[in-house]
Design a protein around this ligand. Structure first.
Ligand code: ADP
Ligand code: MN
Ligand code: MN
Ligand code: MN
Length: 339
């Protein structure tokens, strides 16, 4: 007997990478081996030297095919086995290892929007639906569009054993969120990429597309973000470390460095409206959904816990946002002796 391994990788498309996958048939019990693909078709190579290498880094059951079939997330390498320039995961693994002792963990809230053709699911053929207000966490067919797909995606994530921690309907019709974590930096990012692949794949069976566009509808409609919740051991044990992390994210050129790595089109979403802070003005505050970084009220009450970086776009690369936050906050905590 044999099984099907779906090799998934992140391509070289700019400004936002896309997911790609293809199937390999393997003998029962065989570990997924190193494989390859044509990088000239994925913006990862020129035609004259187009081979790229796929190195398996994370596997889980394939909930769509079932049985012993498997999903295999890969890193992309050059043929000399050095990391390909599109490979942001290898940069994260270095930083995560350096600060492993601080035990950083992340929970990422992935917002997204379903599209039926050229319109968000639930939008009429002409004009607009009723203004936003009743859709967030709503119920009923006048408020909710796509729940069958969302529930199927949740089933698939659970069957795959991903660390998904919740789902909710969002502020705009056809807009939803799922959360992955809390998990270590590399685990949360690997599992978020696989959950994204499952989202696209699940919606495909319903003839609907899902997009991570940070501002899918212009005007008075919420954008789509990827709020990134973060803590280290010291932050989970005391408030001084929480403040150190918030201050570190605001120091010098850090705010613009971070924001420039938080997803393409971030200036269209971080306008200061729709529960965002302007992209060029850093702020943090307790319970403040208009701040760049929010300290949840419970965290202030308990004097320990985590912080929420509200700036990342839905289309952020989770390997990049986790690396940036670990790099900035863990270095500051180390310097302050709060480890
Ligand atoms: P919001 O109230 O902003 O909508 P959510 O409930 O959608 O928040 O998401 C919060 C995320 O934060 C979840 O993924 C959760 O697992 C994660 N989280 C909870 N505690 C911690 C922690 N100590 N460190 C990092 N992430 C955490
Ligand atoms: Mn949320
Ligand atoms: Mn949300
Ligand atoms: Mn949030």
């Amino acid at each position: 007997m044999s099984y099907r391994a779906e090799y998934i990788w992140i391509d070289g498309t700019r400004p936002s990478a896309k997911l790609r996958s293809k199937t390999k048939i393997l003998a029962d019990g065989a570990e997924p081996p190193i494989w390859g693909f044509d990088g000239s078709s994925t913006n990862q190579a020129e035609g004259h030297a187009s081979d790229c290498v796929l190195k398996p880094v994370f596997s889980c059951p394939d909930p769509i095919r079932g049985g012993s079939d498997t999903l295999v997330l890969c890193e992309v390498l050059n043929t000399d086995f050095s990391p390909h320039e599109s490979n942001t995961r290898s940069l994260l693994t270095e930083v995560a290892e350096r600060f492993e002792d601080q035990q950083p963990i992340f929970g990422i809230e992935q917002e997204y929007t379903f599209f039926d053709g050229a319109r968000p699911l639930g939008f009429p053929d002409r004009g607009y639906p009723a203004p936003q207000g009743g859709y967030y966490c709503g119920v009923g067919s006048d408020e909710i569009f796509g729940r069958k797909i969302v529930e199927r995606h949740l089933d698939h994530c659970l069957a795959a054993g991903l660390g998904i921690s919740g789902i909710n309907a969002e502020v705009m019709p056809g807009q939803w969120e799922f959360q992955v974590g809390p998990l270590s930096p590399v685990d949360v990012a690997d599992q978020l990429w696989v959950a994204r692949w499952l989202l696209y794949r699940t919606a495909e069976d319903f003839g609907v597309s899902a997009t991570l566009d940070p501002k899918p509808v212009k005007g008075d409609w919420n954008g789509a973000g990827a709020h990134t919740n973060f803590s280290t051991k010291a932050m989970r044990e005391g408030y001084d470390a929480i403040i150190t992390a918030c201050e570190a994210l605001g120091e010098g050129t850090k705010p613009l460095e971070h924001v420039s790595d938080y997803g393409a089109g971030i200036d269209t979403r971080l306008t200061g409206l729709h529960e965002t802070a302007p992209f060029d003005q850093y702020s943090y505050g307790v319970s403040n959904r208009g701040a760049s970084v929010r300290i949840p009220w419970q965290v202030e009450a308990d004097q320990k816990g985590y912080i929420e970086d509200r700036r990342p776009n839905a289309n952020v690369d989770p390997y990049v946002v986790t690396r940036r936050i670990v790099d900035t906050c863990c270095a500051a905590l180390e310097k302050a002796g709060q480890v």
